[in-house]
Design a protein around this ligand. Structure first.
Ligand SMILES: [Zn+2]
Length: 314
């Protein structure tokens, strides 16, 4: 059976895995992500792959990383969150170090492909995935193929403008989707709910250091699970924006399935149920067409690794 390696480059760790054709991870290797980025990061990826290649017969290596990847999957065009990696000819450099064919993919695209092939979106020819963490990443599968666009920036859902002149985003624009429907947005909505009802918010605040700034997404999720009204209000607001955004994306792409992944999905139905309601409420031509199902991702942190390993295989 053909084995490939997927390497997922994250902010803190570089995680590699040997993956078989059915999406099973047979072995893993990890290193810390070098803070200086650049050629040290490229060498770290190669070291992870070479270690795994010692134990298995590998045909190709896929690398998923945050940033804009050229549509020919060879060059990191821009990496806002990785130092000194802009414009790196990663495919050429890694092929030299590893000696195998290498494919590069944006991390959210790789995760979407993993879920489409082996996870919550399997058997769906038309699906999209939203990876909701600090920001919002996206991936689109059309006709069983990953959609990359002309210049490698397709599916950057997080930067769709949803509020004209809204909150300033890290990308430099205002009112981006991820300012309203991400893990960071959940905390913002919690802060607003606390300010609106300080008496009701005591229980929630007690889960952190007592201040609004000391409140983590995990604490808000834990409180919501126990029925805390303020925490649930923060999820409701996040879900309103998320559902409205998905309704707009459905008009554009008409998927049968929308997979939600990333850290925020730990909340499960606390987020998904109001998101489905909001999607229906905001959907144009309501009731005149089927709606996409909205489901939780199944592959967790391995989605990108498994997805990019499969992309390298084909
Ligand atoms: Zn933005």
């Amino acid at each position: 059976m053909s084995l490939t390696i997927g390497v997922d480059v994250g902010g803190t760790k570089v995680l590699g895995g040997v993956v078989d054709a059915s999406g099973r991870v047979l072995a893993t290797s990890r290193r810390d992500t070098p803070r200086e980025g650049g050629s040290e990061l490229t060498k770290t990826i190669a070291a992870v792959a070479l270690e795994l290649m010692q134990q298995h017969s590998i045909t190709a290596v896929g690398v998923s990383a945050a940033g804009f990847v050229s549509s020919d999957r060879k060059t990191m065009l821009a990496t806002p969150n990785i130092a000194d990696w802009n414009g790196v000819q990663l495919e050429v450099e890694l092929t030299k170090l590893i000696g195998l064919p290498v494919v590069i993919e944006n991390d959210a695209n790789a995760a979407a492909w993993g879920e489409a092939k082996f996870g919550a979106g399997r058997n769906q020819a038309h699906m999209m995935m939203l990876t909701i963490g600090t920001g919002v990443g996206g991936g689109i599968v059309v006709n069983n193929e990953l959609y990359r666009g002309a210049f490698g920036i397709a599916a950057e859902f997080g930067h769709l403008r949803v509020v004209p002149e809204g909150h300033l985003c890290g990308c430099g624009a205002r009112g981006c989707f991820e300012q309203y429907a991400s893990g960071s947005a959940l905390r913002r909505h919690a802060r607003e709910a606390i300010s609106a009802s300080p008496d009701l918010a005591r229980n929630l605040l007690a889960r952190g250091d007592g201040t609004i700034d000391g409140l983590t997404g995990q604490a808000i999720t834990d409180a919501a699970r126990e029925g805390d009204a303020v925490a649930l209000a923060a999820f409701q607001t996040t879900a309103q924006y998320l559902g409205a955004g998905i309704a707009s994306l459905a008009v554009l792409l008409d998927p049968s399935c929308v997979v939600i992944g990333g850290g925020v999905i730990d909340a499960g139905e606390i987020l998904l149920a109001p998101t489905r309601e909001a999607m229906k409420r905001y959907m144009p031509f309501a009731g005149k067409h089927p709606y996409p199902e909205i489901v939780a991702a199944e592959l967790g942190n391995e989605a990108g690794l498994v997805g990019v390993a499969d992309l390298a295989r084909n």
